[in-house]
Design a protein around this ligand. Sequence first.
Ligand code: AVJ
Ligand code: FE
Length: 440
Amino acid sequence: DPAPDSEALRERAAAALITARDRTTLLTGCVDEPELTAQHSPLMSPLVWDLAHIGNQEEQWLLRAVAGQEAIRPEIDSVYDAFEHPRAERPRLPLLPPEEARRYASDVRGRALDVLEGTAFHGERLTEAGFAFGMIAQHEQQHDETMLITHQLRKGPQALTAPDPDPVPLFTGPSEVLVPGGPFTMGTSDEPWALDNERPAHRREVAPFHIDTTPVTNAAYQAFIEDGGYDDPRWWTAQGWAHIRRNSVTAPLFWQRDGTPGAGRWLRRRFGVTEAVPPDEPVLHVCWYEADAYARWAGRRLPTEAEWEKAARHDPAGGRSARYPWGDAEPGPLHANLGQRHLRPAPAGSYPAGESPLGVRQLIGDVWEWTSSDFLPYPGFRAFPYKEYSEVFFGPGYKVLRGGSFAVDAVACRGTFRNWDHPVRRQIFSGFRTARSESV
Ligand code: AVJ
Ligand code: FE
Protein backbone atom coordinates (compact mmCIF):
# COMPACT_ATOMS: atom_id res chain seq x y z
CA ASP A 1 0.00 0.00 0.00
CA PRO A 2 1.30 3.45 -0.79
CA ALA A 3 0.61 5.00 2.64
CA PRO A 4 -1.53 8.02 1.62
CA ASP A 5 -3.99 5.81 -0.30
CA SER A 6 -4.29 3.52 2.66
CA GLU A 7 -4.89 6.38 5.05
CA ALA A 8 -7.51 7.90 2.76
CA LEU A 9 -9.27 4.54 2.47
CA ARG A 10 -9.18 4.03 6.23
CA GLU A 11 -10.74 7.44 6.73
CA ARG A 12 -13.34 6.81 4.08
CA ALA A 13 -14.27 3.46 5.63
CA ALA A 14 -14.44 4.91 9.16
CA ALA A 15 -16.54 7.84 7.94
CA ALA A 16 -18.95 5.51 6.11
CA LEU A 17 -19.36 3.34 9.22
CA ILE A 18 -19.89 6.37 11.46
CA THR A 19 -22.41 7.99 9.09
CA ALA A 20 -24.38 4.74 9.04
CA ARG A 21 -24.34 4.41 12.82
CA ASP A 22 -25.50 8.01 13.33
CA ARG A 23 -28.48 7.22 11.13
CA THR A 24 -29.20 3.92 12.92
CA THR A 25 -29.09 5.79 16.22
CA LEU A 26 -31.58 8.35 14.93
CA LEU A 27 -33.97 5.70 13.59
CA THR A 28 -33.89 3.64 16.78
CA GLY A 29 -33.70 6.59 19.19
CA CYS A 30 -36.76 8.57 18.11
CA VAL A 31 -39.35 6.10 19.44
CA ASP A 32 -39.75 4.54 22.88
CA GLU A 33 -38.85 0.98 23.88
CA PRO A 34 -42.25 -0.65 23.27
CA GLU A 35 -42.16 0.77 19.73
CA LEU A 36 -38.73 -0.76 19.15
CA THR A 37 -39.88 -4.24 20.06
CA ALA A 38 -43.34 -3.99 18.45
CA GLN A 39 -44.02 -5.28 14.98
CA HIS A 40 -45.49 -2.38 13.02
CA SER A 41 -46.29 -4.53 10.00
CA PRO A 42 -45.98 -8.27 9.30
CA LEU A 43 -43.87 -7.21 6.30
CA MET A 44 -41.20 -5.80 8.58
CA SER A 45 -39.00 -6.82 11.50
CA PRO A 46 -39.22 -5.10 14.88
CA LEU A 47 -36.72 -2.21 14.77
CA VAL A 48 -34.73 -3.83 17.55
CA TRP A 49 -34.16 -6.89 15.32
CA ASP A 50 -32.61 -4.71 12.59
CA LEU A 51 -30.42 -3.01 15.19
CA ALA A 52 -28.87 -6.22 16.54
CA HIS A 53 -28.76 -7.81 13.04
CA ILE A 54 -26.65 -4.84 11.93
CA GLY A 55 -24.25 -5.53 14.80
CA ASN A 56 -24.26 -9.26 14.17
CA GLN A 57 -23.38 -8.91 10.46
CA GLU A 58 -20.59 -6.52 11.41
CA GLU A 59 -19.31 -9.00 13.96
CA GLN A 60 -19.41 -11.88 11.47
CA TRP A 61 -17.59 -10.02 8.69
CA LEU A 62 -15.27 -7.50 10.32
CA LEU A 63 -14.43 -9.23 13.60
CA ARG A 64 -14.59 -12.90 12.63
CA ALA A 65 -13.90 -13.09 8.86
CA VAL A 66 -11.40 -10.20 8.59
CA ALA A 67 -9.74 -10.28 12.01
CA GLY A 68 -10.21 -13.96 12.94
CA GLN A 69 -11.74 -13.15 16.34
CA GLU A 70 -13.91 -15.54 18.37
CA ALA A 71 -17.68 -14.97 18.43
CA ILE A 72 -18.77 -12.56 21.19
CA ARG A 73 -22.16 -14.24 21.61
CA PRO A 74 -22.34 -17.27 19.29
CA GLU A 75 -25.84 -18.14 20.56
CA ILE A 76 -27.43 -15.10 18.90
CA ASP A 77 -26.23 -15.76 15.32
CA SER A 78 -29.29 -17.84 14.51
CA VAL A 79 -31.74 -15.28 15.93
CA TYR A 80 -30.35 -12.65 13.55
CA ASP A 81 -30.04 -14.91 10.52
CA ALA A 82 -32.47 -13.46 7.97
CA PHE A 83 -32.82 -16.81 6.19
CA GLU A 84 -33.69 -18.85 9.27
CA HIS A 85 -36.51 -16.57 10.34
CA PRO A 86 -38.92 -14.74 8.01
CA ARG A 87 -39.79 -11.22 9.10
CA ALA A 88 -43.28 -12.14 10.30
CA GLU A 89 -41.77 -14.51 12.90
CA ARG A 90 -39.11 -12.23 14.29
CA PRO A 91 -41.14 -10.63 17.12
CA ARG A 92 -41.44 -14.07 18.75
CA LEU A 93 -37.68 -14.73 18.76
CA PRO A 94 -35.61 -14.34 21.94
CA LEU A 95 -34.42 -10.89 20.80
CA LEU A 96 -31.91 -8.85 22.75
CA PRO A 97 -33.89 -6.11 24.53
CA PRO A 98 -33.22 -2.57 23.23
CA GLU A 99 -30.53 -1.61 25.76
CA GLU A 100 -28.65 -4.87 25.21
CA ALA A 101 -28.98 -4.62 21.44
CA ARG A 102 -27.52 -1.10 21.55
CA ARG A 103 -24.67 -2.19 23.78
CA TYR A 104 -23.92 -5.21 21.56
CA ALA A 105 -23.87 -3.13 18.35
CA SER A 106 -21.67 -0.49 19.92
CA ASP A 107 -19.29 -3.06 21.43
CA VAL A 108 -18.90 -4.64 17.97
CA ARG A 109 -18.35 -1.20 16.45
CA GLY A 110 -15.59 -0.31 18.89
CA ARG A 111 -13.74 -3.50 18.03
CA ALA A 112 -14.40 -3.07 14.28
CA LEU A 113 -12.76 0.37 14.31
CA ASP A 114 -9.73 -1.19 16.01
CA VAL A 115 -9.63 -3.86 13.31
CA LEU A 116 -9.82 -1.14 10.66
CA GLU A 117 -6.71 0.50 12.13
CA GLY A 118 -4.68 -2.66 11.70
CA THR A 119 -5.94 -4.03 8.38
CA ALA A 120 -3.94 -3.94 5.15
CA PHE A 121 -6.10 -3.13 2.14
CA HIS A 122 -4.45 -5.47 -0.33
CA GLY A 123 -3.68 -9.13 -0.76
CA GLU A 124 -6.99 -10.55 0.41
CA ARG A 125 -10.09 -10.12 -1.71
CA LEU A 126 -12.24 -9.43 1.34
CA THR A 127 -10.12 -6.47 2.43
CA GLU A 128 -8.89 -5.29 -1.00
CA ALA A 129 -9.51 -1.52 -1.07
CA GLY A 130 -11.39 -1.85 2.23
CA PHE A 131 -14.18 -3.89 0.64
CA ALA A 132 -15.46 -5.64 3.80
CA PHE A 133 -15.75 -2.28 5.61
CA GLY A 134 -17.56 -0.74 2.66
CA MET A 135 -19.84 -3.75 2.43
CA ILE A 136 -20.75 -3.49 6.11
CA ALA A 137 -21.39 0.27 5.87
CA GLN A 138 -23.68 -0.45 2.89
CA HIS A 139 -25.39 -3.25 4.79
CA GLU A 140 -26.15 -0.95 7.72
CA GLN A 141 -27.43 1.78 5.37
CA GLN A 142 -29.66 -0.77 3.61
CA HIS A 143 -31.16 -1.74 6.95
CA ASP A 144 -31.53 1.94 7.78
CA GLU A 145 -33.66 2.25 4.67
CA THR A 146 -35.59 -0.84 5.79
CA MET A 147 -36.12 0.76 9.20
CA LEU A 148 -37.32 3.95 7.52
CA ILE A 149 -39.91 1.81 5.70
CA THR A 150 -40.96 0.46 9.12
CA HIS A 151 -41.32 4.06 10.31
CA GLN A 152 -43.52 4.83 7.30
CA LEU A 153 -45.73 1.80 8.08
CA ARG A 154 -45.92 2.60 11.76
CA LYS A 155 -49.20 4.06 13.03
CA GLY A 156 -49.12 6.87 15.54
CA PRO A 157 -47.79 10.39 15.68
CA GLN A 158 -44.83 11.70 13.74
CA ALA A 159 -41.46 10.60 15.13
CA LEU A 160 -39.10 11.84 12.40
CA THR A 161 -38.76 15.22 10.75
CA ALA A 162 -36.55 16.64 8.00
CA PRO A 163 -36.63 19.80 5.91
CA ASP A 164 -38.44 19.63 2.56
CA PRO A 165 -36.39 19.75 -0.65
CA ASP A 166 -36.05 23.22 -2.14
CA PRO A 167 -38.94 24.19 -4.41
CA VAL A 168 -38.07 24.26 -8.10
CA PRO A 169 -39.76 25.91 -11.07
CA LEU A 170 -42.12 23.51 -12.86
CA PHE A 171 -40.00 21.37 -15.19
CA THR A 172 -40.52 22.53 -18.78
CA GLY A 173 -37.85 20.50 -20.58
CA PRO A 174 -38.61 17.70 -23.05
CA SER A 175 -40.61 14.82 -21.56
CA GLU A 176 -38.27 12.19 -23.04
CA VAL A 177 -34.85 11.88 -24.64
CA LEU A 178 -33.51 9.53 -27.31
CA VAL A 179 -30.69 7.27 -26.16
CA PRO A 180 -28.78 6.20 -29.26
CA GLY A 181 -28.37 2.48 -29.96
CA GLY A 182 -25.10 0.58 -29.72
CA PRO A 183 -23.00 -1.13 -27.10
CA PHE A 184 -22.11 0.31 -23.71
CA THR A 185 -20.27 -0.95 -20.64
CA MET A 186 -22.71 -2.32 -18.05
CA GLY A 187 -21.66 -3.23 -14.52
CA THR A 188 -18.21 -2.66 -13.06
CA SER A 189 -14.95 -4.44 -12.36
CA ASP A 190 -13.13 -1.53 -10.74
CA GLU A 191 -15.58 0.21 -8.41
CA PRO A 192 -13.93 -0.92 -5.14
CA TRP A 193 -17.05 -1.25 -3.00
CA ALA A 194 -19.40 -2.54 -5.71
CA LEU A 195 -21.21 -5.68 -4.57
CA ASP A 196 -21.01 -9.04 -6.32
CA ASN A 197 -24.16 -8.61 -8.45
CA GLU A 198 -22.79 -5.40 -10.04
CA ARG A 199 -19.78 -7.30 -11.41
CA PRO A 200 -18.12 -7.82 -13.80
CA ALA A 201 -18.12 -4.98 -16.35
CA HIS A 202 -19.32 -6.28 -19.72
CA ARG A 203 -20.42 -4.94 -23.08
CA ARG A 204 -24.17 -4.75 -23.68
CA GLU A 205 -25.84 -4.06 -26.98
CA VAL A 206 -28.86 -1.77 -26.53
CA ALA A 207 -31.21 -0.77 -29.35
CA PRO A 208 -32.11 2.94 -29.58
CA PHE A 209 -34.91 3.92 -27.19
CA HIS A 210 -36.59 6.92 -25.63
CA ILE A 211 -36.72 7.35 -21.86
CA ASP A 212 -38.65 9.79 -19.66
CA THR A 213 -36.60 12.80 -18.58
CA THR A 214 -38.04 12.56 -15.05
CA PRO A 215 -39.78 9.91 -12.97
CA VAL A 216 -43.57 9.62 -13.45
CA THR A 217 -45.31 12.18 -11.23
CA ASN A 218 -48.29 11.88 -8.92
CA ALA A 219 -50.30 14.08 -11.33
CA ALA A 220 -49.56 11.77 -14.26
CA TYR A 221 -50.34 8.72 -12.16
CA GLN A 222 -53.59 10.30 -10.97
CA ALA A 223 -54.65 10.66 -14.62
CA PHE A 224 -54.24 6.88 -14.96
CA ILE A 225 -56.43 6.35 -11.89
CA GLU A 226 -59.10 8.83 -13.01
CA ASP A 227 -59.13 7.19 -16.45
CA GLY A 228 -60.18 3.92 -14.79
CA GLY A 229 -56.75 2.37 -15.08
CA TYR A 230 -57.30 0.06 -12.11
CA ASP A 231 -60.60 -1.21 -13.62
CA ASP A 232 -59.32 -2.06 -17.07
CA PRO A 233 -57.64 -5.47 -17.48
CA ARG A 234 -56.14 -4.35 -20.82
CA TRP A 235 -53.35 -2.56 -18.99
CA TRP A 236 -52.41 -5.37 -16.61
CA THR A 237 -50.51 -8.61 -16.93
CA ALA A 238 -52.65 -11.61 -15.93
CA GLN A 239 -50.75 -11.92 -12.65
CA GLY A 240 -50.97 -8.20 -11.97
CA TRP A 241 -54.70 -8.14 -12.62
CA ALA A 242 -55.28 -11.14 -10.32
CA HIS A 243 -53.16 -9.49 -7.65
CA ILE A 244 -54.88 -6.10 -7.63
CA ARG A 245 -58.37 -7.68 -7.72
CA ARG A 246 -57.63 -10.11 -4.92
CA ASN A 247 -56.13 -7.39 -2.73
CA SER A 248 -58.42 -4.50 -3.73
CA VAL A 249 -55.49 -2.36 -4.86
CA THR A 250 -56.93 0.88 -6.31
CA ALA A 251 -54.22 3.50 -5.71
CA PRO A 252 -50.63 3.73 -4.47
CA LEU A 253 -50.06 2.51 -0.93
CA PHE A 254 -50.77 5.18 1.73
CA TRP A 255 -53.16 7.09 -0.58
CA GLN A 256 -56.79 7.75 0.30
CA ARG A 257 -59.45 9.87 -1.38
CA ASP A 258 -60.24 13.14 0.34
CA GLY A 259 -63.62 12.50 1.99
CA THR A 260 -64.73 16.12 1.62
CA PRO A 261 -67.66 16.08 -0.85
CA GLY A 262 -66.59 17.47 -4.20
CA ALA A 263 -62.94 17.74 -3.16
CA GLY A 264 -61.85 15.20 -5.79
CA ARG A 265 -58.42 15.15 -4.24
CA TRP A 266 -56.08 12.51 -2.98
CA LEU A 267 -54.47 12.53 0.42
CA ARG A 268 -51.55 10.43 1.57
CA ARG A 269 -50.03 9.47 4.89
CA ARG A 270 -46.30 10.16 5.11
CA PHE A 271 -44.34 9.42 8.30
CA GLY A 272 -47.35 9.99 10.54
CA VAL A 273 -48.76 13.06 8.78
CA THR A 274 -51.72 13.16 6.39
CA GLU A 275 -51.30 15.65 3.56
CA ALA A 276 -52.49 16.42 0.03
CA VAL A 277 -50.71 14.37 -2.63
CA PRO A 278 -48.26 16.82 -4.25
CA PRO A 279 -48.85 16.73 -8.02
CA ASP A 280 -45.29 17.41 -9.17
CA GLU A 281 -43.56 14.84 -6.98
CA PRO A 282 -42.52 11.43 -8.38
CA VAL A 283 -45.13 8.80 -7.54
CA LEU A 284 -44.07 6.61 -4.62
CA HIS A 285 -45.20 3.26 -3.15
CA VAL A 286 -46.34 1.54 -6.33
CA CYS A 287 -45.65 -2.12 -7.04
CA TRP A 288 -44.13 -3.45 -10.25
CA TYR A 289 -47.57 -4.46 -11.55
CA GLU A 290 -48.84 -0.90 -11.13
CA ALA A 291 -45.78 0.62 -12.82
CA ASP A 292 -46.08 -1.85 -15.69
CA ALA A 293 -49.85 -1.18 -16.10
CA TYR A 294 -49.37 2.60 -16.06
CA ALA A 295 -46.71 2.31 -18.75
CA ARG A 296 -48.98 0.22 -20.99
CA TRP A 297 -51.85 2.69 -20.46
CA ALA A 298 -49.51 5.51 -21.50
CA GLY A 299 -48.61 3.60 -24.70
CA ARG A 300 -45.15 2.95 -23.33
CA ARG A 301 -43.25 0.34 -21.31
CA LEU A 302 -40.84 0.10 -18.41
CA PRO A 303 -37.17 0.39 -19.39
CA THR A 304 -35.08 -2.75 -19.21
CA GLU A 305 -32.35 -2.73 -16.61
CA ALA A 306 -29.71 -2.36 -19.36
CA GLU A 307 -31.59 0.61 -20.85
CA TRP A 308 -31.81 2.23 -17.43
CA GLU A 309 -28.08 1.83 -16.82
CA LYS A 310 -27.18 3.07 -20.29
CA ALA A 311 -29.33 6.17 -19.74
CA ALA A 312 -27.61 6.69 -16.38
CA ARG A 313 -23.96 6.01 -17.27
CA HIS A 314 -23.32 6.25 -20.99
CA ASP A 315 -21.72 9.42 -22.25
CA PRO A 316 -22.21 9.56 -26.03
CA ALA A 317 -19.36 12.08 -26.33
CA GLY A 318 -16.73 10.10 -24.43
CA GLY A 319 -18.13 6.66 -25.23
CA ARG A 320 -17.40 5.35 -21.73
CA SER A 321 -19.64 4.57 -18.78
CA ALA A 322 -19.40 7.02 -15.87
CA ARG A 323 -20.02 6.16 -12.22
CA TYR A 324 -23.06 8.47 -12.06
CA PRO A 325 -25.22 10.40 -14.54
CA TRP A 326 -23.25 13.60 -13.81
CA GLY A 327 -19.83 11.99 -14.11
CA ASP A 328 -17.45 10.33 -11.67
CA ALA A 329 -17.73 12.75 -8.72
CA GLU A 330 -19.19 11.47 -5.44
CA PRO A 331 -22.85 12.47 -4.99
CA GLY A 332 -23.28 15.87 -3.33
CA PRO A 333 -26.45 17.67 -2.21
CA LEU A 334 -26.79 19.40 -5.59
CA HIS A 335 -26.65 16.12 -7.53
CA ALA A 336 -29.34 14.01 -5.94
CA ASN A 337 -31.83 13.52 -3.12
CA LEU A 338 -30.10 10.83 -1.07
CA GLY A 339 -29.31 9.91 2.52
CA GLN A 340 -32.64 10.73 4.20
CA ARG A 341 -31.73 14.41 3.99
CA HIS A 342 -35.42 14.82 3.16
CA LEU A 343 -38.28 12.51 4.01
CA ARG A 344 -39.77 12.65 0.53
CA PRO A 345 -38.80 12.74 -3.14
CA ALA A 346 -38.04 16.15 -4.68
CA PRO A 347 -40.35 17.53 -7.40
CA ALA A 348 -39.83 16.17 -10.90
CA GLY A 349 -37.19 18.22 -12.70
CA SER A 350 -35.11 18.91 -9.59
CA TYR A 351 -31.32 18.55 -9.48
CA PRO A 352 -30.29 19.95 -12.88
CA ALA A 353 -26.64 19.49 -11.73
CA GLY A 354 -27.32 15.75 -11.50
CA GLU A 355 -28.64 15.26 -15.01
CA SER A 356 -27.07 12.85 -17.48
CA PRO A 357 -25.21 14.03 -20.60
CA LEU A 358 -28.45 13.47 -22.55
CA GLY A 359 -30.47 15.47 -20.00
CA VAL A 360 -32.17 12.72 -18.00
CA ARG A 361 -32.88 13.88 -14.44
CA GLN A 362 -33.21 12.22 -11.03
CA LEU A 363 -31.91 8.84 -12.10
CA ILE A 364 -30.09 8.73 -8.77
CA GLY A 365 -32.07 9.36 -5.58
CA ASP A 366 -35.71 10.36 -4.98
CA VAL A 367 -37.44 7.04 -5.84
CA TRP A 368 -36.23 3.52 -6.65
CA GLU A 369 -37.21 2.89 -10.26
CA TRP A 370 -38.79 -0.39 -11.31
CA THR A 371 -37.34 -1.88 -14.48
CA SER A 372 -38.91 -4.58 -16.65
CA SER A 373 -36.01 -6.97 -15.91
CA ASP A 374 -35.81 -10.03 -13.69
CA PHE A 375 -32.90 -10.07 -11.23
CA LEU A 376 -30.26 -12.19 -12.98
CA PRO A 377 -26.46 -12.59 -12.75
CA TYR A 378 -24.21 -10.82 -15.25
CA PRO A 379 -22.06 -13.02 -17.48
CA GLY A 380 -19.04 -14.03 -15.38
CA PHE A 381 -20.82 -13.45 -12.02
CA ARG A 382 -19.14 -14.90 -8.95
CA ALA A 383 -20.89 -14.91 -5.58
CA PHE A 384 -18.84 -12.87 -3.09
CA PRO A 385 -18.44 -12.97 -0.18
CA TYR A 386 -21.58 -15.04 0.45
CA LYS A 387 -24.24 -16.67 -1.75
CA GLU A 388 -27.06 -15.24 0.33
CA TYR A 389 -26.32 -11.64 -0.63
CA SER A 390 -27.42 -12.02 -4.29
CA GLU A 391 -27.15 -15.47 -5.76
CA VAL A 392 -30.06 -17.11 -3.95
CA PHE A 393 -32.38 -14.37 -5.28
CA PHE A 394 -31.58 -14.70 -8.99
CA GLY A 395 -34.58 -15.73 -11.06
CA PRO A 396 -38.03 -14.66 -12.22
CA GLY A 397 -39.42 -14.01 -8.72
CA TYR A 398 -37.68 -10.65 -8.34
CA LYS A 399 -37.69 -7.52 -10.50
CA VAL A 400 -34.76 -5.10 -10.54
CA LEU A 401 -35.07 -1.57 -9.15
CA ARG A 402 -32.44 1.05 -9.97
CA GLY A 403 -31.17 4.43 -8.92
CA GLY A 404 -31.88 4.59 -5.19
CA SER A 405 -34.40 6.63 -3.23
CA PHE A 406 -34.27 9.60 -0.86
CA ALA A 407 -33.88 6.92 1.82
CA VAL A 408 -30.65 5.37 0.57
CA ASP A 409 -27.23 6.72 1.45
CA ALA A 410 -24.69 7.53 -1.23
CA VAL A 411 -22.44 4.69 -0.03
CA ALA A 412 -25.12 2.21 -1.14
CA CYS A 413 -26.05 3.94 -4.39
CA ARG A 414 -24.18 4.01 -7.71
CA GLY A 415 -24.94 3.94 -11.41
CA THR A 416 -24.24 0.20 -11.23
CA PHE A 417 -26.11 -0.54 -7.97
CA ARG A 418 -28.86 -3.18 -8.26
CA ASN A 419 -31.80 -3.58 -5.93
CA TRP A 420 -34.54 -6.20 -6.31
CA ASP A 421 -37.89 -7.09 -4.85
CA HIS A 422 -41.04 -9.09 -5.49
CA PRO A 423 -43.35 -7.48 -8.07
CA VAL A 424 -46.11 -7.05 -5.43
CA ARG A 425 -43.97 -4.98 -3.04
CA ARG A 426 -44.91 -1.35 -2.53
CA GLN A 427 -44.09 -0.40 1.03
CA ILE A 428 -40.60 0.22 -0.37
CA PHE A 429 -39.74 3.70 -1.71
CA SER A 430 -40.53 2.67 -5.27
CA GLY A 431 -41.56 4.67 -8.30
CA PHE A 432 -40.65 4.41 -11.99
CA ARG A 433 -40.13 6.14 -15.32
CA THR A 434 -41.24 4.84 -18.70
CA ALA A 435 -39.55 4.19 -22.04
CA ARG A 436 -40.39 3.28 -25.63
CA SER A 437 -38.42 1.68 -28.42
CA GLU A 438 -37.25 3.98 -31.20
CA SER A 439 -39.64 3.41 -34.10
CA VAL A 440 -37.82 2.73 -37.35
C1 AVJ B 1 -30.65 -5.60 -1.58
C2 AVJ B 1 -32.24 -4.36 -0.32
C3 AVJ B 1 -32.86 -6.45 -1.33
O1 AVJ B 1 -32.74 -5.63 2.33
O2 AVJ B 1 -33.16 -7.62 1.60
C4 AVJ B 1 -29.73 -6.53 3.72
C5 AVJ B 1 -30.12 -5.92 1.26
N1 AVJ B 1 -29.10 -8.01 2.27
N2 AVJ B 1 -29.23 -7.58 4.37
C6 AVJ B 1 -32.50 -6.58 1.59
C7 AVJ B 1 -29.67 -6.80 2.39
C8 AVJ B 1 -28.84 -8.49 3.50
C9 AVJ B 1 -31.36 -6.49 0.58
N3 AVJ B 1 -31.76 -5.72 -0.64
FE1 FE C 1 -29.16 -7.84 6.45
